[in-house]
Design a protein around this ligand. Structure first.
Ligand code: BDR
Ligand code: CA
Length: 314
């Protein structure tokens, strides 16, 4: 399968998304990190721990932007725990992150790649890609698919009434990327919150997996996600957020319902900041993207089950 690069802000569901890719045997060529759920350094540490726990400790990790293009940074430690991984037990003897930064590493990889040969999965604020596209728009030809978790379908955010976290974290960057004309497949917040696994279903998956460090790591992530959702009144469930985007990247066939629309992002100050305008009528005039609206829940559950201990894959 095509070369894959993942860009992530190192949160609990980012880790679950990485484990899902590894569990499916789709190892990224490199991973780039970005501020977001936690500060950049913590995000990078979390990615190194997750890759090692999933048996892919040799994947190069390149630290990226530590702050948004213009705006001050917002955080989500109340969702992802102080360390960003809900206190999951970390493997010992982790590799170090690379010296080369995210933008240079991604640029080098795309410059060396054939047209339409690289898949990109973005799970955090879009700052790294916005910087790269501004510096070197020519890299776009190498991109085959760009799957992004972010934004909303109906304009109801999870961070403000208008905005979803990844977009609100850097709306200026989001606007550059979402209107770039790249082959974008957007996974907005609404389908993420609707595709869930119940506590009982999760328990059943872990009960049938042999005990290992990897299993204990993913179990701790799931436990944290369940607790967070319960505390927000969503019940004892795990929601497929970043893992829904990973699943779409892995299996385009999981899409049950999609639509196409032009996008723009509301900038400036005020309550609408970070709102993603979704325009199926094309009046915005920006390039159309694909929007995921509904996915095959059974396949999602199967991909989750396969992610429990990627290091144990036969
Ligand atoms: C997004 O923000 C982060 O909290 C999650 O990791 C996900 O990428 C959801 O709005
Ligand atoms: Ca994320």
């Amino acid at each position: 399968s095509p070369v894959l690069v993942v860009d992530t802000d190192g949160g609990v569901d980012d880790a679950q998304a990485l484990l899902m890719l590894l569990g499916a045997g789709r190892v990224p060529a490199l991973v780039t990190t970005v501020f977001g759920n936690v500060a950049l350094e913590a995000a990078t540490r979390n990615v190194l721990a997750t890759l090692a726990s999933g048996g892919a400790g040799d994947v190069p990790v390149h630290p990226g932007a530590a702050r948004p293009l213009l705006a001050p940074r917002i955080e989500a430690r109340h969702i992802h725990g102080e360390d960003g991984l809900g206190g999951a037990p970390r493997p010992a003897g982790l590799a170090a992150a690379r010296e080369e930064g995210a933008v240079d590493a991604l640029r080098g990889l795309l410059r060396a790649a054939a047209p339409a040969s690289v898949d990109l999965l973005f799970l955090g604020p879009l700052t790294n890609l916005a910087i790269l596209l501004s510096l070197d728009p020519g890299v776009a030809v190498a991109v085959r698919r760009l799957v992004i978790m972010g934004g909303t379908l109906e304009g109801r955010g999870n961070t403000t009434p208008a905005a979803e976290f990844n977009i609100l974290s850097d709306p200026e960057a989001a606007r550059i990327v979402l209107t770039s004309g790249l082959p974008i497949e957007l996974v907005p917040w609404e389908p993420c919150r609707r595709h869930v696994m119940t506590g009982d279903e999760i328990d059943a998956v872990f009960a049938s997996a042999p005990d290992s460090e990897g299993r204990r790591f993913s179990e701790a992530l799931a436990r944290h996600a369940r607790r967070t959702n319960a505390s927000y009144g969503a019940g004892d469930v795990f929601r497929f957020v970043d893992p829904l985007a990973a699943a779409l990247l892995l299996e385009p066939g999981i899409a049950r319902r999609t639509s196409r629309a032009s996008l723009d992002v509301v900038l400036g100050e005020g309550p609408g900041r970070g709102l993603v305008l979704v325009d199926p009528s094309g009046r915005l005039g920006t390039p159309e993207v694909l929007l995921l609206e509904e996915a095959d829940l059974e396949r999602l559950h199967a991909l989750f089950a396969a992610s429990v201990d990627p290091a144990a894959r036969g």
